[in-house]
Design a protein around this ligand. Structure first.
Ligand code: HEM
Length: 274
């Protein structure tokens, strides 16, 4: 009796599994996306990876929180001088959980920038910007610039005294750039003075242009992380061990290219077809 109950249960379980697997298999057969995701999630990383290696993913999480809360805010925000401030007040005071979403977006912006700097500091201190990851460092620098521009353009949107004068200072600072300064300032203002056109421009840059660029750059950044593998910490015995000795023999004296922490994990991840 008990056995037949178990059998019945496992048959039900099998049917459930088949129902779950069907759409996944359907997608995999037609796109290979599931295999790609599985490879991304379960790929090999150095055994001595540590908590510092989670800072990149933490930065990614902070960005996704910003993107999600930003979409919700954009449903209520009205980007015109007469309505902007009132719409922000409406979000904070009247919209259900509006105060929470706005607070997450506002404070999350600082969290995102802080994590970005922590992640960059980790990469720098671990020497992970060296060969073969220079290109990924450059992509990272572009992400940093985009992240800061996102903060600058977002700051004006509440259209209160603080945001107005902070933007005046920011645009004036940009105006001091040699040769290009006046053009950059004119472009940011959208005219001779800060006004409705500036607000519309900052809104468009803040919610369309820069987030799009950041998404694309993060895609490239992660592609390079997967392709090159994550580097070991500089103190890693694993990275500077036996294969480092072997490496010197196989690199034909080009030891300048073989920074141990970066190079050997590149090899462990199958990057070198020797
Ligand atoms: C939106 C911003 C960013 C996101 C979401 C992001 C995400 C990530 C992730 C998930 C990793 C792999 C895990 C890790 O090492 O933490 C990584 C690695 C890396 N990131 Fe970033 N990153 C960002 C910004 C930056 C910046 C500003 C730089 C430097 C200027 C940078 C340079 C690198 C480099 C060189 C690696 C490879 C590190 C290694 O192999 O050990 N990233 N990033």
């Amino acid at each position: 009796m008990a056995v037949s109950a178990r059998t019945r249960k496992s048959a039900r379980l099998q049917r459930l599994e088949a129902a779950i697997n069907y759409p996944i298999d359907w997608l995999e057969e037609r796109s290979g996306l599931v295999g790609g995701l599985r490879y991304f999630l379960f790929r090999k990383v150095p055994g001595d990876s540590n908590w510092f290696h989670t800072l990149g993913s933490a930065t990614l999480t902070a960005f996704l929180v910003q993107a999600t809360t930003g979409v919700i805010l954009a449903m209520y925000y009205k980007p015109e001088p007469k309505t902007a401030y009132a719409s922000i007040q409406h979000i904070t005071n009247d919209v259900t959980l509006g105060w929470l979403v706005r607070g997450m977006h506002k404070w999350g912006a600082s969290v995102f920038i802080i994590l970005l700097f922590f992640h960059m500091a980790r990469v720098f201190l671990f020497g992970a910007y060296k060969y073969p990851r220079e290109l990924n460092w450059i992509v990272g620098v572009l992400l940093l610039v985009m992240g800061m521009a996102e903060g600058f353009t977002g700051y004006l949107l509440p259209w209160d005294q603080t945001s107005y004068w902070a933007t005046v200072v920011g645009i004036n600072l940009n105006g001091t750039v040699p040769f290009l300064g006046p053009y950059i300032a004119q472009f940011l203002r959208g005219g001779a003075e800060i006004g409705p056109d500036t607000l519309a421009r900052f809104y468009s840059i803040h919610m369309l242009l820069i987030p799009g660029a950041i998404f694309a750059l993060i895609g490239l950044h992660l592609y390079l992380v997967v392709r090159l593998g994550v580097s070991s910490p500089p103190w890693s015995k694993e990275a500077a061990g036996a294969d480092w000795v072997e490496e010197q023999v196989t690199t034909n004296g080009r030891s300048g290219l073989t920074q141990p922490a970066a190079r050997s994990s590149w090899r462990r991840n199958g990057g070198d077809a020797e």
